[in-house]
Design a protein around this ligand. Structure first.
Ligand code: NCD
Ligand code: ZN
Ligand code: ZN
Length: 435
């Protein structure tokens, strides 16, 4: 190797340690890592002096909306927010309008997304009407099937079992949102007075609903699925016993039910935020290495919707691309959260989930996806400056210690110091042939 396109310098995360080093990139792929004296010549040098460079963050659970929900988020605003949060690859969920549950709708979504995305983006499909449609969907680039409580927790029809089997046979992922619909329905009927405001959200959707769904899913479909956004250590144990992979969302690792009581609708999320004790146990679990994947579950809604009063009027979901990693860095400083475990859970963990060796670490031959951060910079969260259309946050006004400074996707600087550096459409669709 004689010459590279770009040479990045900084404190590079390599084999579990940060070391002063250079990364040489050729055609979007890392072709050199080492000391500057040994570095090849280059066309351009980007010096991240004193900053930390880690593999590009990957989020396997996000809602970019678009289509009929553009007023909440579109593929440009959503992926700009992702880039600003340090994410280089995000996976979008199918609960859109219309739902992404057929090959045609998947193709329509990809058509819209591909001219707008600024980071690489993959897609899940929702439960199709017919097994024959599942046969078509598994032949697309899609990562897999996402199932919601209403899809699987009433009575499981044989057609759904068939769909799940088709997805598995084709080595695509099955991800499910574990909350048992029947328990939620029972609580709603038994305590109608709880449906006035959001305060009782975690009573209406208790942990038991999560436990029950984890067992129900296993009984209906067996092992070999991914349970997303688990909210307790007991749920992690159940997921492991049932042979599921799983993730924890940053919301449940950084926020508690107290935020819901203090801030109301903007902290309504499914599954609900839990107690401070439960959150603390999740942090300890991450520190011990039993949270292999973190997700954002970035779920933007309009502030008008979030400010409504009746329980059912307020849509669940928290926008958090731009605060997720900084909130983790802040907890590293202030509560002893293990930073290495968190970095792994946003990089190697999701890369292994995808079975994509080109994303697991900063090593020669891998894609040059990089996230650059300053662990010490303190900054005030101002949602009005966010790229997401959802300009509110549970962290609004808080000073967080740790800031994302730049994001590099396939060797190209996509975000730096608050600015998006590429045109709309720079991002690639994950799983398409060029990837
Ligand atoms: C998500 C959304 O808004 O699409 N909301 C949420 O509360 N997490 C849906 C989901 O992930 O369940
Ligand atoms: Zn969900
Ligand atoms: Zn979600």
């Amino acid at each position: 190797m004689t010459r590279v396109d770009t040479l990045f310098t900084g404190r590079v995360y390599h084999r579990g340690e940060f070391k002063e080093a250079c990364i040489g990139v050729e055609d979007g792929v890392i072709s050199f890592i080492g000391k500057e004296v040994n570095a090849p010549s280059y066309d351009e040098k980007i010096d991240f002096k004193g900053l930390f460079i880690i593999p590009g963050l990957i989020d396997i659970h996000a809602h970019l909306r678009g289509m009929g929900l553009k007023h909440k988020e579109d593929f440009f605003s959503g992926t700009c927010a992702a880039a600003a949060g340090g994410f280089t690859l995000v996976l979008d969920m199918p609960n859109t309008n219309p739902p992404t549950n057929s090959r045609l709708r998947m193709m329509e979504k990809v058509e819209e997304a591909k001219t707008q995305i600024v980071v690489d983006t993959g897609f899940f499909f929702g439960r199709p009407e017919e097994a024959s449609e599942a046969e078509k969907l598994v032949k697309t680039h899609a990562v897999g099937l996402k199932l919601y409580p209403e899809d699987y927790s009433r009575n499981v029809q044989p057609s759904l079992v068939e769909i799940v089997n088709i997805v598995r046979r084709n080595n695509k992922k099955i991800v499910f949102h574990p909350e048992d619909f029947s328990i939620i329905e029972q609580n709603r009927k038994a305590y109608p007075e709880m449906l006035k405001g959001v305060e009782k959200h975690s009573f209406i959707r208790p942990l038991e609903a999560e436990f029950s769904a984890l067992d129900l899913f296993y009984k209906s479909f067996g092992t070999g699925a991914h349970a997303t956004h688990l909210t307790s250590v007991e749920s992690i144990t159940r997921a492991r016993v049932n042979g599921f992979t799983y993730d924890v969302s940053v919301n449940h690792l950084t926020l508690t039910n107290n935020y819901l009581l203090a801030l109301g609708g903007i902290c309504k999320v499914n599954p609900p935020l839990r107690s401070p004790e439960e959150k603390q146990r999740l942090v300890e679990s991450l520190n011990k290495g039993t949270v292999p994947i973190l997700t954002t579950d970035h779920a933007p809604h309009t502030l008008e919707e979030k400010n409504l009063t009746l329980y059912d009027e307020i849509p669940p979901g928290i926008p958090c691309f731009e605060t997720a990693f900084p909130a983790i860095l802040d907890m590293f400083h202030k509560t002893g959260l293990n930073l290495h475990a968190a970095i792994k859970a946003f990089t190697r963990g999701p890369a292994e989930f995808l079975g994509d060796r080109r994303l697991v670490a900063i090593i020669e031959g891998n894609l040059a996806n990089l996230t650059i951060f300053d662990p010490k910079e303190e900054w005030k969260v101002k949602p009005e400056e966010f790229y997401t259309k959802a300009k509110y946050s549970p962290f609004a006004g808080r000073v967080l210690k740790g800031r994302v400074k730049a994001t590099v996707v396939r060797g190209v600087l996509v975000f730096q110091d608050g600015e998006i550096k590429v045109e709309r459409g720079f991002g690639e669709i994950y799983g398409m042939s060029e990837y």
